[in-house]
Design a binder for this molecule. Structure first.
Ligand SMILES: Cc1cc2nc3c(=O)[nH]c(=O)nc-3n(C[C@H](O)[C@H](O)[C@H](O)COP(=O)(O)O)c2cc1C
Length: 182
C-alpha cells in the first residue's frame, strides 16, 4: 500500500544539519518504498501560537488564526507516517516546530487512534550522553501514547555548524537505513 509520508523540518537553517538528515531520509524513502512524500520546512510557514480560545472546538476543528495552521493540519491528518526533525534549542525542539505541534489541539477530537506512525530526529551541539536528547524523545513518546499513534523511533545526532552532520559517515548510513523501520 502506498504510504503518505510527511517530513516536518523544524530547523530555520536551510543548509543546516536537521534538513540534511531529513533530506537523506527522504531520499532513502523515495528510493526504497512506494510512497507519497511531503517535505515541509515548518519555518517557511506562518504559524501563530495557540491561545486556547477554543473556537476550534465549536467550529469543527478549524483554527481561527489567519495563518497556515489549517493547511498544515490537513497534511498532518492525511499522513500515515510523520517524521519530526528538529535542532535542539534550549533542551527542546524549536519554537517553530512546537507552534505546529500545539495546533494539534484543534484536531484533538478526531486525531486520536488514527493509524499513524511517528519518529523524531534531533540534532544538538552537545554530546549524545547529554540528557536533553532524552527529554525530546520522552515528549514524542508521550505524545504518541496520548494520541494512540505508533512511536517508531527517536534518533539523536551531535553536530554544531552547518555541514557537520554529513561528516560522520556512520550517522549518514544509519539515517539511510531508517526507512526499514516503517
Ligand atoms: C537558539 C539556539 C539554542 C540552542 N540550544 C541548544 C541546546 O540546548 N543544546 C544543544 O546541544 N545545542 C543547542 N543549540 C545548537 C544547535 O542545536 C546545533 O547547532 C544544531 O546543529 C542546529 O541544527 P540545524 O543545523 O539543523 O539548524 C542551540 C542553537 C541555537 C541557535
Amino acid at each position: 500500500m502506498t504510504k503518505n509520508i510527511l517530513i516536518l523540518n523544524g530547523s530555520p537553517r536551510m543548509q543546516g544539519n536537521t534538513r540534511s538528515i531529513l533530506k537523506t531520509l527522504e531520499k532513502s524513502f523515495l528510493e526504497n518504498m512506494q510512497c507519497n512524500m511531503e517535505f515541509i520546512d515548518v519555518c517557511q510557514y506562518v504559524l501563530k501560537g495557540c491561545v486556547n480560545c477554543d473556537s476550534c472546538r465549536k467550529n469543527g476543528g478549524k483554527c481561527v488564526h489567519n495563518d497556515d495552521t489549517n493547511l498544515l493540519m490537513e497534511k498532518v491528518l492525511a499522513a500515515d507516517v510523520i517524521i519530526f526533525g528538529s535542532p535542539v534549542y534550549w533542551m527542546g525542539v524549536t519554537a517553530q516546530l512546537k507552534l505546529l505541534i500545539d495546533k494539534f489541539y484543534c484536531k484533538d477530537p478526531v486525531i486520536h487512534s488514527l493509524d499513524k506512525k511517528i519518529a523524531v530526529l534531533s540534532v544538538g551541539a552537545a554530546e549524545l550522553t547529554d540528557g536533553q536528547y532524552g527529554i525530546i524523545e520522552a515528549q514524542f513518546r508521550e505524545m504518541a501514547e496520548f494520541l494512540e499513534w505508533k512511536f517508531i523511533c527517536s534518533r539523536s545526532f551531535a553536530a554544531w555548524n552547518e555541514g557537520d552532520w554529513e561528516k560522520n559517515k556512520e550517522d549518514v548510513e544509519e539515517v539511510k537505513n531508517l526507512w526499514r523501520l516503517f
